[in-house]
Design a binder for this molecule. Structure first.
Ligand SMILES: [Zn+2]
Ligand SMILES: [Zn+2]
Length: 248
């Protein structure tokens, strides 16, 4: 990684604070604009689909049958996923898509608190007691970070860190390769796209640690698996994953 990359990365991690009146006070439902006291109005909440059982007990992907009991899925049995456990809050459909798009591409950084609260509940159910030492956001490339001026996963990680008193290691895992947006690629292309894209800058900080990786959307798992493999190769003891949404 060049010095220029490093500078861009670090400058981007400190996300630029916007005028407080524009950021902290929701004028209405962030999805439909209707006047409401909450971030998402009651009507839009009905199109937010929380992931429910039955799902894979390892990767958290819901089973399309919608009935029966949770168990380990075929992909996890075949060793597709390198992480120990993954869970997401919402199915990636309905209002979840619009919310995440506004958060990622629409400068709606105030949504970080909403998502952090949702992830905190998930953490309490599945991750509390696992001995997690550090929280790591999935990084953006320096160019993407410069363009967007904030990393949405870093914002959520900071909120979680405050609530859980677990530190965020924001510069240990970095993205060194400019990749195409995963959303435009097929499953096999996604794996190739992120191959060699992530690098560890401080192996000592990871050695023997159990870490929680934070991403916005898990689609095929290519991104979180690429990050997980880099972390494990660098000496992390265990990698867990939490995301806002998972594509079903
Ligand atoms: Zn609404
Ligand atoms: Zn699975």
């Amino acid at each position: 990684m060049t010095k220029g990359h490093t500078r861009a990365l670090f400058s981007g991690l400190v996300w630029r604070v916007k005028p407080i009146a524009n950021v902290l006070v929701p004028r209405g439902c962030i999805v439909c604009g209707k006047t409401t006291d909450t971030t998402v109005c009651a009507d839009c909440r009905t199109t937010l689909h929380y992931i429910q059982e039955p799902y894979c007990t390892r990767c958290g992907k819901p089973f399309t049958t919608g009935s029966g009991v949770s168990h380990v899925c075929y992909d996890c049995i075949k060793g597709k996923n390198a992480f120990m456990l993954a869970r997401a809050v919402f199915e990636y459909n309905g209002a979840a898509i619009r919310l995440i798009h506004r958060f990622k591409f629409g400068d709606q950084v105030n949504l970080a608190a909403f998502f952090s609260d949702e992830l905190l509940m998930l953490y309490e159910v599945y991750f509390a007691g696992l001995g997690i030492d550090a929280i790591l956001p999935v990084p953006l490339s320096p160019r993407r970070l410069k363009h967007r001026s904030y990393n949405q996963s870093h914002l959520i990680s900071t909120g979680l860190s405050r609530s859980l008193s677990i530190p965020v290691l924001s510069s240990v895992l970095v993205k060194i390769k400019e990749t195409q947006p995963q959303s435009r690629l097929r499953a096999r292309q996604r794996q190739d796209n992120v191959k060699g894209a992530y690098e560890i800058t401080d192996r000592q900080a990871l050695r023997g640690k159990s870490v929680l990786l934070i991403d916005d959307v898990i689609t095929t798992g290519a991104t979180v698996n690429a990050c997980t493999r880099s972390l494990l190769r660098a000496g992390a003891h265990q990698v867990y994953v939490m995301a806002i949404a998972l594509r079903v």
